[in-house]
Ligand binder design. Structure first.
Ligand code: FMN
Length: 477
C-alpha cells in the first residue's frame, strides 16, 4: 500500500473524493492561505493549486492530511474507516521498528540542483499564510532532518520556518524538541553550526513520522507505518540523507550565536499567541527540487487542520503506549483534535483506588507533557471517541471537589492561549486531571450507580427483537 511519494498519495485522494485540482490562478499572498483555511474549517478536499501568481511551473498542495479520511487513505485504509479503526491499525503497524532505510544513488528530488550564491528562497512560492503573520512561511508541512553528532541518531521533526531573505530562514526550535535538544546542548555551547536539511513534500508516512512524537528514530518509524523501507539519498552539501522522492530539499546550517525576529504566526491552538521574538536562524546553502514541483503546506488556525489532527492522534497513541509499558490497566486513549491536543481522554478498567492520578502522573512525567494540559480518566464502558459520552462521563462521574486535581507551575507550550506571556516564554504551564471513574470499593449493590441505557438495561433477547422489528414498528431504518 505504501505511497512512493506525495504525488501518488494525491492521486489516491482524488479517487476517494478527498482531493481536488485548482486550475484557476491563485495568489501566494493570502489567497492560497484563505482557501486552505476555509477547506480546513469546512472539512473540504485537499486542493492542489496548479497555477500560482509569479511562480510558473510551481504547484502547491494545501491541507494534505487535515481530515481522518485523508489519514485513513495515507495508512492504506478505506477513507471511511473510523477513528478507532485507524488508531488500532496505527498501533499494530508500529509495534516494532520497520525495515532500515535504503540508501539509493539518486532520486527525483535531485532533478534540479541549486547551490551557493545561486540559492534564492524567493524562487519557491512560500505563501503569506494568514494576515498578521510576520512573514512568508515556507515550511509548515515538512521535516527538518538532523543528526546527533555523538550518537549519529537521525531526527526528523516538523519545526516551522519563515523566510527572511534569499539564504535565510528563522523559526522556533524549542529545546523540548529532539533537534532543539541537540542544537541547544551540543552545538550552541561550542559555537558550532549544526547541519540540517528541510524536506518539503515527502511521502505521507514520512510526514506523519516527523509530526508525531515517536519512540524510535523517525525513518524506521516511517518504514513501519508504510511497511516498506523509506528510500534515502545523500545531500549535496551536508552529511545527511533525505527521502529520494521529496519535492523540495533545503540544505544548510543552523547558526549558533545569532537569532533573528520570527513571527507572529497563526498557531495550532487557533490563535496568534506568540510575539515577534528572536528565534533560531537557518542558513540555506543548497536547494534541490523535482521537476514541476509541488509545495505542500498546512494552515494552522481553529480546528481542524493537520497540526491539531495528527499531533492529537499520534500523541494520544504514544500516551497509550507509555501507559501500557508501565503495566497500567488502560483500555484506550484519545485526544480529540478539537482540543488543540490539550486534552487526553483515557479509559481504564481497574480495581485500583485513585488509578486516575497514577495515569495522570505517568503522562505528566513523560516527554509528551509540554503539549497537553488536561487528562480525563473514564471507566472502560465509556466510548472515548464519542465526545457526548465523554461529557456525560465528566458531568456524572467527576466529583467537583474530590475528582479534579490541579498541578500548578508545571510545563507548557509557547503557543498556549490561556498562559500569560511570561509563562509562554518560559515554557511553563499547569495541569489538571479529571477523575470520572467510580471508586472500585463502592458496593455494586448499594452504592455504585447503575448505567441506564438500551445497551446495558435490557435482556439480549429483547434487544434483538426490538432491533429486528424496528422497521415494522414504523421507524425509518
Ligand atoms: C504543522 C506543525 C508545525 C510545528 N511547528 C513546530 C515548531 O515550530 N517548533 C517546535 O518545536 N515544534 C513544532 N511542531 C511540533 C513538532 O513537530 C513535534 O513536537 C514533533 O514531534 C517534533 O519531533 P521531535 O519529538 O523529534 O522533536 C509542529 C508540528 C506540526 C504538525
Amino acid at each position: 500500500m505504501a505511497f512512493r511519494d506525495n504525488r501518488e498519495f494525491f492521486e489516491a485522494l482524488l479517487r476517494t473524493g478527498d482531493g481536488i485540482r485548482v486550475a484557476r490562478e491563485v495568489d501566494w499572498d493570502l489567497e492560497m492561505g484563505a482557501i486552505v483555511r476555509r477547506v480546513c474549517e469546512m472539512g473540504g478536499p485537499a486542493p492542489l493549486f496548479e497555477s500560482i501568481r509569479d511562480y510558473p511551473g510551481w504547484r502547491a498542495l494545501g491541507a494534505p492530511l487535515a481530515t481522518f479520511r485523508r489519514l485513513a487513505v495515507a495508512l492504506g485504509l478505506p477513507a471511511h474507516a473510523s477513528v478507532r479503526e485507524i488508531s488500532e491499525v496505527y498501533i499494530e503497524k508500529t509495534r516494532a521498528p520497520g525495515p532500515e532505510p535504503k540508501l539509493v544513488s539518486t532520486g527525483p528530488c535531485k532533478e534540479n540542483v541549486v547551490v551557493g550564491d545561486e540559492v534564492d528562497l524567493f524562487m519557491l512560492p512560500a505563501p503569506m499564510v494568514h494576515e498578521g503573520d510576520g512573514g512568508r512561511y515556507l515550511s509548515t508541512w515538512h521535516m527538518v532532518v538532523s543528526k546527533d553528532p555523538d550518537t549519529a541518531e537521525v531526527n526528523w521533526g516538523m519545526y516551522r520556518q519563515m523566510v527572511i531573505d534569499e539564504h535565510t530562514m528563522v523559526g522556533p526550535l524549542l529545546p523540548v524538541s529532539d533537534t532543539g535538544r541537540v542544537f541547544h546542548n551540543k552545538y550552541k555551547p561550542k559555537n558550532k553550526p549544526m547541519p540540517f536539511a528541510t524536506v518539503i513534500g515527502a511521502d505521507p508516512t514520512s510526514s506523519i513520522a516527523a509530526a508525531a512524537g515517536v519512540p524510535w528514530q523517525e525513518p524506521v518509524f516511517a518504514s513501519a507505518l508504510s511497511g516498506e523501507p523509506v528510500e534515502l539519498v545523500k545531500c549535496e552539501t551536508v552529511d545527511l540523507e533525505v527521502p529520494a522522492t521529496a519535492e523540495v530539499v533545503l540544505e544548510g546550517e543552523i547558526l549558533p550565536g545569532k537569532e533573528l525576529p520570527e513571527g507572529p504566526f497563526g498557531e495550532y491552538p487557533g490563535y496568534r499567541t506568540s510575539l515577534r521574538e528572536p528565534r533560531t536562524v537557518y542558513r540555506v546553502n543548497a536547494i534541490t527540487y523535482r521537476n514541476n514541483p509541488i509545495l505542500p503546506g498546512a494552515n494552522m488556525g481553529v480546528p481542524v487542520d493537520e497540526g491539531q489532527l495528527l499531533r492529537a492522534f499520534t500523541l494520544g497513541l504514544e500516551a497509550r503506549r507509555i501507559l501500557a509499558s508501565q503495566g497500567l490497566p488502560v483500555s484506550e486513549v484519545f485526544m480529540p483534535p478539537c482540543s488543540a491536543h490539550h486534552l487526553m481522554i483515557v479509559s481504564v478498567k481497574s480495581a485500583v483506588t485513585n488509578i486516575a492520578v497514577q495515569v495522570a502522573h505517568a503522562l505528566f512525567g513523560s516527554k509528551l507533557a509540554p503539549w497537553f494540559y488536561y487528562v480525563v480518566v473514564v471507566d472502560a464502558d465509556v466510548d472515548i471517541y464519542n465526545l457526548e459520552e465523554v461529557i456525560h462521563a465528566i458531568c456524572t462521574g467527576c466529583h467537583p471537589g474530590r475528582g479534579i486535581r490541579i498541578y500548578e507551575d508545571d510545563i507548557g507550550s509557547f503557543a498556549t492561549p490561556f498562559l500569560s506571556l511570561e509563562e509562554r516564554r518560559q515554557g511553563r504551564g499547569a495541569k489538571a486531571v479529571f477523575d470520572c471513574t467510580f471508586p472500585p470499593d463502592w458496593d455494586p449493590k448499594t452504592e455504585l450507580p447503575i448505567k441506564v441505557s438500551f445497551e446495558t438495561n435490557y435482556p439480549k433477547e429483547v434487544k434483538e427483537r426490538v432491533i429486528a422489528n424496528w422497521k415494522d414498528y414504523g421507524f425509518p431504518q
